[in-house]
Design a protein. Structure first.
Length: 103
């Protein structure tokens, strides 16, 4: 006696598949500046070429990186004021911190 049989029935189901997509754009979603504790939490999201959400990422700026970001260093461009930052300064710090994580 057999406990299986050959059949030909079509069945629909959801299947989770891991895919690799190329992100072509990254957007800043949220920037939380905690001045008392001297750190910044940056949330960004990656989008594909169709503008569809792929993944969210969080970067923490603290310690030496925070001190650099809040400084008037020319690394961010001539004329940067101490104690303030622009989006372009945040992108620089995100790249700097991610570079450390992959090194």
């Amino acid at each position: 006696m057999s406990n299986s049989r050959e059949i030909g029935i079509s069945i629909s189901r959801y299947k989770n598949v891991l895919v690799e997509e190329k992100a072509v754009k990254e957007e800043l979603v949220n920037v939380n500046h905690n001045m008392a504790d001297k750190h910044i939490t940056i949330q960004s999201r990656f989008l594909n070429s169709a503008g569809e959400f792929i993944k969210e990422d969080t970067t923490f700026v603290s310690g030496e990186e925070y001190a650099l970001l809040m400084s008037d260093s020319d690394i961010f461009g001539v004329g940067k004021l101490s104690g303030v930052f622009k989006d372009s300064d945040l992108w620089y710090m995100i790249d700097k911190i991610r570079g450390k994580q992959t090194s």
